[in-house]
Design a protein. Sequence first.
Length: 393
Amino acid sequence: MDPYAAQKSDKFSFGLWTVGNAGRDPFGEPVRAVQEPNYLVRKLAECGAYGVNLHDNDLVPFGASRTERDRIVREFKQTLKDTGMVVPMATTNLFTHPIFKDGAFSANDPKVRAFALQKTMASIDLGVELGAKIYVFWGGREGTEADACRDPRVAIQRTRAAMDFLCGYVKDQGYDLKFALEAKPNEPRSENYFPTTGHMLHFISTLQHHEMVGVNPEVAHEVMAGLSFVHTVAQAMEANKLFHIDLNGQKIGRYDQDLRFGSEDIKGSFLLVRLLEGTCGGKSYTGPKHFDAHAYRTEDESGVWDFAKGCMRTYKLLAARANAFDSDPEIKALIAEVKDAHLDPLLNASYSRASAQALKAAPIDATAVAKRGLGYERLDQLTIEHIMGARGL
Ligand code: GCO
Ligand code: MN
Ligand code: MN
């Protein structure tokens, strides 16, 4: 059996909008037929995915009647049952309909804000009915071009009011659902509010029910902002706030490219998988591994499944390499923690006048310490060799 073929136990998921992407871009028409959701679920199951995520309108068209909605949901549930697929995450489309041209929760028009809440509550009901345990909020068009149109502090306050309200709704319904907030610096707006995961992490700490709200960082979005995705994810994990993750590939300084996972920045992707899998130590990430990306516009349908299988296969190849890397004795020696019998107890002591005095008095020969080479050239070369398969496996 191919050890790198995806299994349900790997917990890989795709959005209906990802493998369903028909290849439309701002300059061109769709190049592929729009596929029906039940068909996409069956194909994803064949590829080895365990889950499928959706926006309300990926499944139920905007404005569908209650009867129509119920029929669509009934059929979709049957497909999930037949294929053993789950819906780990759901979200709301708050960006396609023209009513959202100035955002949703932060919009100046109260009718827009009220409509956004109505739509989100209905979409939460749908997600929960399909079994979702995570509900993602991506800002979509929450942002500006003419920045004087509203005080950005008011945009933050309106978003907080919406989150507090929706957390209240989930609790009142008795739903077992957590929220995951997804940051993006720009696109489609010129400036988006809450541009990075770091902004989101602070914002969450100001929410009424902060314990049920975490983050959904996306590779492309942090890279667009020029940030290290590994450090972003590490901070979210350290805060116990990594509730979900959007994996893809991205070149720095471009529009959101949604490339196949691992197709760009192979070293960053390796270090990310190593962190998520916990081969470097610490808690691993056990949630769904969601690929928020799509096939190149050059592809026909078979290219779409090459894309989907490629995302999962690359993740598994990197996980195997991360495991070999962290089992390599030379790597272990290079990254072993530096011990100092005299200083370690002083550094570990909590503050007191006595511990401050002791630390002030500790003799440290700065020149001698500075002379020591750290071996990071060797470490990084070995990292490259593991990634390239010249070492390890
Ligand atoms: C984007 C975003 C979206 C969201 C999705 C789920 O840049 O378009 O990444 O794909 O992740 O809408 O909320
Ligand atoms: Mn994106
Ligand atoms: Mn995303």
